[in-house]
Design a protein around this ligand. Structure first.
Ligand code: 7TS
Length: 408
């Protein structure tokens, strides 16, 4: 895999920001889009824009084929058993809410438990917290190891026969750790609980096989994996999704509507009320083709190399603190530099054309656990290079020098 070669497909990368070539290291927030994705959506709007599942006219059929074809691409991408197990959502956030509202809030009762961790992104935290509050269920946390990772011993010690849902990240957007999903699924299932996996930082960076992982749900967002914003995926095992009620009612999702009651379409359409995200799904399908052409294994290897390359140099910078596991990290590095506020750090880096994220990363409970208010984060994707890392390191050194001079 040649990252430099791949950059050709991403027009946005070829620009200057503040007089410097753009170094985009905010892929954890959203990734850039390659030409085939932009063109697939453009083609839909120019050539066969139409609503889906409705008519018999030619454009409508082409749009339906494009939309349902994308669902099949997602199915193959994560090796789901059938396309009916792939629900299109707006993103990870709406996928979690679909299950929190359509299942947790309807079936949980006092005494039941939802088990999660303090590492979760708010998207995989607040919907469960509020479902627990609404139902009287207990909201429980798996204790973290010193470096913030989740050990199987801790999972075993937390999950009980009262646990109904375990909700956990696959890869953390702050710590970059990978949780042992397959083993956690085994523990959850031994206790009769369902496992919901937040794969927002998993699916873009790693080959996912939901049958092998044996999770009950797996959620991810198109925009973090070279696809467009506004489209995401809720995977669920058929027998589990059958038990989830739709939370959006209206057109497209019904079977039969009577004066005082209605019935729903079969899976997955009962969850896709209203005109669906047609262009988004087509764009996501093109993104999947693009990623598969490169190979998820190659992408993962490339990113791990960049993280290792960056970590080696970052460890040399005095006063730079890195959060999360020191080994076995996925595609991102979260850090703080001396007492420089991460927003100031990100602002100085931006003046050199380097885009990193600063803030609480939608993980306030984790920030509190880490005893910080905010951090900076550099997150990589397939088009980042060693040169990008070199520019980041030089930027960090200049920032240190700048603030050192200001404060001394
Ligand atoms: N879960 C994780 C682990 C995430 O990293 C994010 C977004 C979400 C859920 C929510 O995804 P959405 O597409 O529904 O918004 N993470 C980030 C981030 O780290 N910086 O900006 C968004």
């Amino acid at each position: 895999m040649d990252a430099k070669e791949l950059r050709k497909y991403f027009p946005i990368l070829h620009q200057e920001v503040n007089g410097h070539p753009l170094v985009y290291l905010d892929n954890g927030a959203t990734s850039q889009k390659p030409i085939p994705v932009i063109e697939a959506m453009d083609k839909y709007y120019r050539e066969f824009n139409s609503n889906v599942h409705r008519g018999v006219h030619t454009l409508g059929n082409r749009a339906t084929d494009g939309y349902e074809g994308a669902r099949e691409k997602v199915r193959a991408f994560i090796n789901a058993r059938e396309a009916a197990e792939i629900v299109f959502t707006r993103g990870t956030t709406s996928a979690v809410n679909t299950v929190a509202y359509g299942y947790a809030r309807l079936v949980l009762k006092p005494g039941d438990e939802i088990v999660t961790t303090l590492v979760e992104h708010h998207a995989n935290f607040i919907p469960w917290q509020q479902a627990a509050k609404a139902t009287g269920a207990t909201f429980k946390f798996i204790p973290l190891a010193e470096d913030g990772t989740v050990t199987l011993e801790a999972v075993k010690a937390t999950v009980t026969d009262n646990t109904k849902i375990v909700a956990i990240h696959h890869i953390s957007n702050v710590l970059g750790d990978t949780t042992p999903i397959k083993e956690i699924a085994r523990i959850a299932h031994q206790h009769g609980a369902l496992l919901f996996v937040d794969g927002a930082q998993g699916a873009p960076h790693k080959k996912i096989d939901v049958q092998d992982l044996d999770c009950d749900f797996y959620a991810f967002s198109g925009h973090k994996m070279a696809g467009p914003t506004g489209i995401g995926v809720l995977y669920g095992k058929r027998e589990v999704l059958e038990q989830v009620e739709p939370m959006e009612f209206g057109g497209e999702m019904i079977d039969y509507v009577d004066m005082y009651d209605s019935t729903w379409k079969e899976l997955p359409w009962k969850f896709e009320g209203g005109t669906p995200i047609i262009a988004g799904a087509i764009g996501l399908g093109a993104a999947i083709d693009f990623l598969e052409e490169i190979g998820l294994e190659n992408i993962e290897r490339h990113e791990k190399h960049l993280v290792k390359y960056a970590l080696e140099q970052m460890r040399e910078i005095e006063g730079l603190k890195i959060y999360g596991p020191q080994q076995d990290r996925s595609s991102l590095i979260t850090f703080n530099l001396d007492t420089v506020h991460p927003h100031d750090l990100a602002t100085v880096l931006d003046s050199y054309g380097i885009a990193v994220r600063a803030g609480h990363h939608c993980a306030q409970p984790l920030m509190r656990w880490l005893n910080v208010t905010a951090t900076a984060r550099a997150s990589f994707y397939l088009y980042n290079t060693e040169e990008d890392v070199d520019v980041l390191i030089a930027g960090l050194k200049k920032t240190k020098e700048y603030f050192g001079n200001v404060f001394s």
